[in-house]
Ligand binder design. Structure first.
Ligand code: DGJ
Length: 724
């Protein structure tokens, strides 16, 4: 049993962690512990309650000046009860007052987990157990239902929240965050957040959590290129292989807030959820609001172990459907091969040479629809560009199929160009504030997906497109941030609901299309990795990681991504050299080694490769097909190295592993370098290929593998280890 309830003490156990909270004598839900698994312990003894000046006390505390919401570690803090730290819930009552005081009402424990209406969420298996705790406001009819789904074997707890209005008048929800983690002791004093920009996503910033708030957030209507909706908090001395670390991963793709602060008595508070800015939700009597799920994971063995727990969880419980756990076809995407400049003949030439190299799927990127020849027109007109395809889109698809290739296509459903048939028919379908010209971004505008009729229309259009020919892959792009937040379908008092309703519309469309076309492989994208989040992974088993395809730039982007997300979902392609984004020249072998970190493909015109390069590509594709299990699903170890970046993927049975090491530049007369491997079986002997050494797992783990002398700009070392 992973959930134990005794006298209002709630203990959630996973294989390696314990999470505990209690409803105290006042019914206040106090957080007590999250850390290494400890059985048979009531952590209430940790509470050190003292009178803190200027920290007020609830009325029912009487003369007890030590009981204060301002200082207690809490499970679900709210605004308006004297807690001045970042709260999870704030409301405005019908009379304009904002006070709120939640107390314990009841709980239930059951197998499985409830669905979250309209939202992506982790998928339970037979062993998943859930705890639901209901809190009720002392005065209004507002109640809060906290759900904790425990995935014991995976060391993950999935939290979510539902707010219900049992009163007789509407209540406005001013903020609803999904999760709070309060830490008693200085356990979590560092925060890792993942920041970036277009073509430079998910850089790692690790900094101390100090007084004053540290925030990763998006107000853009998408989780964004700029911050990822996931964080890791850890101790100052946590390393890749040692120390405590906690992850919070929001299963949501819209505007979000992650905030960490050190309070007046140096307790850390972390809150995660929907961005409160531009959010206000009117909850009518009898209605409920469900906030997105947050995945919590814990490791006492450093960041690497934490990432591996998240990878295993996301691969098993977020990614689902026909492509989960499967090898994805090696694809060639037309974007960097031709951009907008193509016709059917050119595409067929590219596809023909791709097929000769062993590519399995040809993806036609942007530019195939309406009269699109650049980024200024036709978004919304999802039918083939007659000037480009003499044989029509279905004809092109048939010809590609005849080459032995599957056919995939790019779409950008959420957008509209002013120069489009769709705009001419429905000029009022895009987001625009009354009387103001909307903000243009990449010459395009955003459809108001909060409106059901627009979602219905898009579903019809894309169903027709996907039924029109044999399309086996779809790349769903989204290339701008939302602005002009006003919907013609919402009254003035409900405009604060727009951003979340927009996300619900996107999810509804994804749900309907993925259900209607269950065998299609979906890859989402947002100007590269602008919606690289667990929400999108629920619908699309892979996400285009970045528009930057330079392998050296990708080292940082993919490493940052790997702290949270598994390699299987990382769209990574071999592109031309010099690279189109950076102008950097790199060897083909290096580009392939970096791209083989997950969903592997090419994004170049194969006709431009030399005969030797073509042979090399043939060998790369064969290698990927042989070793995909390791590349995409092998357990990932980020290795310590003096000079470059090294990572190892190890098979579940530890019998095979692939090591990749890339160094930026070489030194003359360099010191010898050794890589200490991880995750191998110390008792096995491994054959290291192609160097031919025979070394024990213990030697490789503790002595390390010597690297050869390296020369050139970006030397690469790859080794396959096979247990003898
Ligand atoms: C942005 C994507 O990230 C690119 O891969 C490409 O599909 C372009 N959009 C097309 O407009």
């Amino acid at each position: 049993m992973s959930i134990i309830v005794k006298n209002r003490l709630f203990t959630l156990n996973t294989a390696n962690s314990t999470y505990q909270f209690t409803a105290d004598a006042y019914g206040i839900l106090r957080h007590l512990y999250y850390g290494t698994r400890v059985d048979n312990t009531d952590f209430s003894y940790l509470v050190q309650q003292r009178d803190r000046g200027f920290s007020g006390n609830p009325a029912d505390a009487g003369d007890d000046r030590t009981l204060s919401f301002d200082t207690l570690p809490l499970e679900y803090p709210v605004y308006g009860c004297g807690d001045y730290r970042e709260s999870c819930l704030a409301v405005t009552h019908p009379d304009g007052s904002r006070a709120l005081d939640l107390r314990f009402e009841d709980y239930s424990v059951f197998q499985g987990k409830p669905e979250l209406a309209g939202l992506p969420a982790s998928i339970a298996d037979l062993k998943t157990e859930s705890l639901q705790v209901r809190l009720r406001d002392l005065v209004s009819g507002l109640s809060v239902c906290l759900t904790y789904a425990v995935f014991a074997e995976k060391d993950v707890i999935a939290r979510s929240v539902r707010i219900e209005n049992h009163g007789e008048k509407p209540i406005t929800l001013d903020r609803v965050l999904s999760c709070c983690l309060d830490f008693f002791q200085p356990a979590a004093r560092d925060m890792m957040l993942f920041y970036g920009r277009h073509a430079g996503e998910r850089n790692v910033q690790r900094s101390a959590i100090l007084h004053g708030k540290l925030r990763a957030e998006s107000t853009r209507g998408a989780s964004s290129l700029h911050y990822n909706p996931a964080t890791i908090v850890c101790t100052h001395d946590t390393t890749e292989t040692t120390g405590e670390a906690y992850a919070a991963v929001l299963v949501y793709s819209g505007s979000f807030l992650i905030s960490a602060e050190l309070d007046q008595i140096s307790q850390t508070r972390l809150v995660v959820g929907i961005q409160p800015e531009n959010f206000a939700w009117r909850l009518e009597p009898g209605e409920s609001f469900t906030a997105p799920e947050v995945l919590l994971a814990y490791s006492a063995e450093g960041l690497g172990c934490l990432s591996r727990r998240l990878h295993a969880f996301i691969d098993a419980h977020i990614i689902h459907g026909a492509w989960a756990g499967r090898r994805r076809p090696v694809l060639l995407n037309s974007w960097e091969a031709a951009y907008f400049d193509y016709d059917d003949e050119k595409l067929l030439q590219i596809a023909q040479s791709a097929a000769e190299l062993g590519v399995e799927l040809f993806v036609l990127d942007d530019g195939w629809f309406g009269k699109r020849n650049g980024d200024t027109s036709s978004l919304g007109d999802w039918y083939g560009n007659e000037n480009k395809f003499k044989c029509g889109l279905p004809g092109l698809c048939r010809k590609i199929n005849a080459l032995g290739l599957d056919f995939g296509i790019w779409i950008e459903p959420e957008m509209i160009s002013m120069d489009s048939e769709l705009y001419r028919a429905h000029p009022d379908w895009m987001l625009a504030a009354p009387g103001r010209p909307p903000i243009k971004s990449r010459c395009q505008y955003v459809l108001d997906l909060s409106r059901g009729e627009i979602v219905d229309d898009l579903f019809e259009q894309f169903s027709a497109l996907l039924s029109s020919c044999n399309i086996s892959y779809v790349k769903w792009d989204m290339n701008r941030s939302l602005a002009d937040l006003w919907s013609a379908a919402l009254p003035a008092a409900r405009q604060g609901e727009l951003l979340h309703r927009y996300m619900l519309g996107v999810y509804a469309l994804l749900q309907r299309l993925t259900e209607a076309f269950p065998n299609i492989l979906w890859e989402t994208c947002s100007g590269g990795g602008g919606r690289f989040d667990a929400g999108m992974l629920y619908y699309s088993p892979q996400i285009w990681c970045s528009d930057n395809t330079d392998p050296i730039a990708r080292l940082a982007i993919q490493r940052g991504t790997s702290y949270i997300y598994p390699p299987s979902c990382v769209g990574a392609h071999v592109s031309a050299s010099p690279n189109h984004q950076t102008g950097r020249e790199t060897a083909l072998a290096l580009r392939a080694a970096v791209a083989a970190s997950g969903a592997f493909g090419y994004e170049l015109d194969p006709a431009k490769l030399s005969a030797e390069e073509k042979q090399e590509v043939v060998a790369q594709i064969q290698d990927y097909k042989r070793n995909w299990q390791l590349y995409a699903y092998g357990t990932l170890y980020r290795l310590e190295s003096m000079r470059g970046q090294a990572w190892l993927r190890v098979a579940a049975d530890k019998k095979r592993a692939i090591l990749t090491y890339v160094q930026e530049g070489a030194d003359a007369n360099a010191p010898a370098q050794y890589l200490k491997l991880q995750g191998l079986d110390p008792m096995q002997t491994y054959h290291v290929l192609p160097s031919g050494q025979m070394l024990s797992g213990a030697a490789l783990l503790h002595g390390g593998l010597p690297l050869p002398e390296l020369r050139g700009n970006y030397p690469l070392v790859q080794r396959i280890l096979e247990a003898t």
